[in-house]
Design a protein around this ligand. Structure first.
Ligand code: BTN
Length: 251
């Protein structure tokens, strides 16, 4: 409820379109979806190959929360995506898992990635959050840094419209539950999603390597703390990796 959808044929990047909408005064809760993208962007400045057949969608939210907890929206979105794909494919954890911070894996291969961006817009410097979803519905791209999979490989009848509809519903519900929980207990902003996320987490308790702006870090993935920071056990102690370090280059 209260969400709008703009449907495009071809565009450069739906994340850029969402930012433009924010700059033009859009009130938010705007989904922008495209059949294909000419310049789809992934995390870490990578390209996101965007031919017709897969889902490319961005959601613009205006001031959905305090800036300090905004990085948690990646977990909210990841959980919503997990739920949507679970509903569509009838597959659950552990075949469908979440890779920190917010990729969706199917049998260990990536079926979806999120690009979460934060900007300040307008004379009042309002916080605009843009969540870009790339879901491999029909194709698994080749030559990617992480092995890829597609949803149609397990559910041949599935289409991008169905995934978007299911994602839109799951996201609206997950966001509302998280916002209510943050209001109820501001000192535990992550409480509502922590267990849900960890139940679906890939690599929990195992040796993992994280690629951060400051370089690679390896250790045992012990869990998430009460703010959503990743607890990485290394020979020199437990390090807390702040999700905010990863997603918010321009806040
Ligand atoms: C990742 O690197 O895993 C994130 C990929 C995010 C891709 C989506 S597709 C829709 C939106 N528009 C973009 O340019 N990127 C995101």
């Amino acid at each position: 409820a209260g969400y709008r959808l703009v449907s495009l044929e071809t565009t450069d990047s739906t994340n850029d379109d969402a930012l433009e909408a924010a700059r033009s005064g859009d009130p938010g809760r705007l989904w922008i979806v495209a059949v294909e993208q000419r310049a789809g962007r992934g995390r870490h400045g990578r390209q996101w190959s965007s031919p017709p057949g897969n889902l490319y969608a961005s959601l613009l939210l205006m001031e959905p929360c305090e800036p300090a907890v905004a990085p948690q929206l990646g977990f909210v979105a990841g959980l919503a995506l997990h739920e949507a794909v679970e509903t569509m494919t009838s597959l659950g954890a552990p075949r469908l898992s979440l890779k920190w911070p917010n990729d969706l894996l199917l049998d260990g291969a990536k079926v979806s990635g999120l690009l979460l961006e934060a900007h300040r817009v307008g004379p009042q410097a309002r916080l605009a959050i843009i969540i870009g979803f790339g879901v491999n519905v029909a194709y698994a791209p080749t030559g990617t840094p992480y092995p890829a999979a597609s949803l149609q490989a397990v559910s041949p009848g599935l289409g991008r419209e169905g995934v978007l509809l299911s994602l839109g519903e799951a996201f609206a519900r997950t966001l509302a539950a998280w916002q209510a929980s943050v209001r109820r207990s501001p000192s535990e902003p992550f409480a509502a999603i922590r267990h849900l996320w960890l139940e679906r987490a890939a690599g929990l308790g195992k040796e993992v390597t994280l690629r951060l702006p400051t370089g690679q870090r390896s250790g045992i993935f012990e869990g998430l703390d009460r703010f959503g920071r990743l607890q990485l056990k290394t020979p020199s102690g437990v390090e807390l990796i702040d999700a905010g370090d990863l997603y918010f280059p321009n806040l």
